[in-house]
Structure formats: C-alpha cells, structure tokens
Design a protein around this ligand. Structure first.
Ligand code: AMP
Length: 285
C-alpha cells in the first residue's frame, strides 16, 4: 500500500494505473471504524485499484464546530486500510488542498437547504468543495459513500451527474453497533452514559418505521419524538423529519411510492449525531 501525501504524488500514482482501469475512491476524514471499513472492502472487491483519502476538511466545519479536536490517527487508519487490501491512501495537508481560501461555492437549490444543510450553514458547500477537488485530483471511476450521510450522498450524486463528472457514485449501507447505534467517528467523544443515550436516535427511527402505516404528518412525528425524549433526558433534539427520499422535499402522505426516509439529528453534550432510516426502502440509485 502506498501512502501519498502530496498532490504531485497522488497524480503520479494515478498516471501509473493501467488505461481503462476501474479505480474506486473512498473519501473519509479518518478516525476509521467498521463503517468506513465496509466501504473500503466494497471498493477493494469492485475495482481494479482502490484508494482511500483521509482528510479532515476544514471548509465543512462551522466556526463553533469540532475541526481542531476531530480525532486524527493516521497510523491506525493506515494499518486498517492495508489489512483490507486498499492500494493507496491519499492524506494531503489542508494548505496544499486550499493554498488560498476557497472562492467557489456550491448551492444546490433545494437539496442543501433542509436537515444538516439548515442546521450546519456552509457544511454541504464544504463537502461538495472537497469532493469535487478529490474527484479532480484522484480521478476515480467509482466513489463510495455511506447512506448514513444520506443528504450528503444525494448532493454528491446530483453534483456528479449535473457537472458530468466521469464518476459513478456508489451508495453503501449504514453499519451499526450491536445496539443499533450508527457507527460514527464522533461516537468516541461520548462518555458511557451518553453512549447509552445515543440509542435515542435509533429508537425514534424504529418507532417511525414501525408506525409507518398510521403516520399522518409532523404532529405524529413530534409525538413519537416527545415520548422517547422522556426516556432519554440527556438528549437535545436538533431535527426529526420524514421527507421524500428522492429529493428531500416534504411529502403529504407516507406511502411507499413517496420513498419516505426518516432523518434525525441530536446532541449529547457537545456531540452531534445523525442517523436515518427509510420507512420502506431507499429509492433506487
Ligand atoms: P466521514 O469520515 O465521517 O466523513 O465518513 C466517510 C464516509 O464513510 C462517508 O461516506 C460516510 O457516509 C461513511 N460512513 C461513516 N459512518 C458510516 C456508517 N456507520 N455506515 C456506513 N457508512 C458510514
């Protein structure tokens, strides 16, 4: 496995790959867990060459967010990826990716205005900035993204389609802890009590899926959230919404044809966690 730090090294690696090779990219911010490992294993299995990027992208963090304390452990990440058979890691420096402050911004009409786009102003723009930069530098043919960040996945897919990036965006299933909590690098911020209370997100999603045939609208959703909040007093809800899974627009009825997806975000102390679940199935990619 090659560890590539500079853009020059990255471009050189890319130029050495056989013409027409299928190249799978797994973009990550490091602090890897089993969720990332599943994406990486899929990339290894489906491509001639596979590469993971590890880069804590400053432009997707707000001024009050955890950019400086985000966990970084390149040694452990490299060992995990090597064990999975990844061919290369691209781990650049922020000053090389952004030699000047980024001036080009992304605004995708409706897709980035709700959910995390609303709660974290500028976040989705930062994600699209780094993903477009990585697509240009790495030139993958396939790129792997987790459905845990469903809004992010939809936005990236839309960007790749609309801007004609020659990349297929591949969605990957959510990987969970044994108790159902979605794996996240931020779970390591939680103390043991907060970790127990993180079940809140999963429980609300399970309730919404379980009651999908009787759900009428936002009032029912609010009632389900309220009932669970009584059980998890340490949790501070950010949002819980059920939207159409194709375009993240509000829907008037929660039947399978609308491909409704339930989204939830909540704080445990300073730590913000997100999760989602389709009430039926995710819409086809
Ligand atoms: P991150 O390092 O958090 O930016 O995540 C890198 C990629 O891993 C993104 O495509 C995430 O959606 C994906 N990912 C993170 N956690 C999970 C998980 N629990 N299950 C599946 N994919 C995940």
């Amino acid at each position: 496995m090659e560890l590539l730090h500079t853009i020059k090294e990255m471009r050189s690696w890319r130029s050495r790959q056989p013409l027409g090779a299928r190249i799978g990219l797994v973009p990550t911010m490091g602090a890897l867990h089993r969720g990332h490992a599943t994406l990486a294993a899929q990339a290894v299995a489906e491509n001639d060459r596979s590469i993971a990027s590890i880069f804590v992208n400053p432009t997707q963090f707000g001024p009050q967010e955890d950019y400086s304390r985000y966990p970084r452990d390149l040694g452990a990440d490299a060992a995990l990826l090597a064990g999975l058979g990844i061919d290369a890691i691209f781990a650049p420096q922020a000053r090389d990716i952004y030699p000047q402050q980024a001036q080009i911004t992304y605004d995708i009409r409706d897709l980035d205005k709700r959910l995390c786009g609303a709660s974290r102003p500028g976040h989705m723009n930062g994600v699209l900035q780094i993903v477009s930069i990585l697509f240009h530098i790495v030139q993958p043919t396939h790129a792997y993204f987790g459905l845990k960040d469903y809004q992010q996945y939809l936005l990236i897919r839309r960007m790749a389609t609309e801007l004609h990036f020659p990349v297929q965006v591949v969605p990957c299933p959510i990987v969970r802890e044994p108790d159902g909590v979605a794996m996240s690098s931020r779970n390591r911020y939680l103390d043991s009590e907060q970790r127990k209370q993180a079940r809140f997100l999963r429980d609300v999603l399970d309730d919404l899926v379980g009651r999908r045939s009787v759900l009428q609208g936002p009032a029912d959703i609010a009632q389900i959230v309220e009932a669970r909040q009584a059980q998890y007093p340490a949790v501070r809800l950010d949002y819980c919404e059920v939207l159409g899974g194709r375009d993240l627009q509000p829907i008037s009825s929660f039947n399978a044809a609308q491909a409704p997806v339930a989204f939830i975000a909540a704080y445990l102390g300073q730590t913000r966690l997100i999760d989602n679940a389709p009430l039926y199935d995710y819409p086809p990619a």
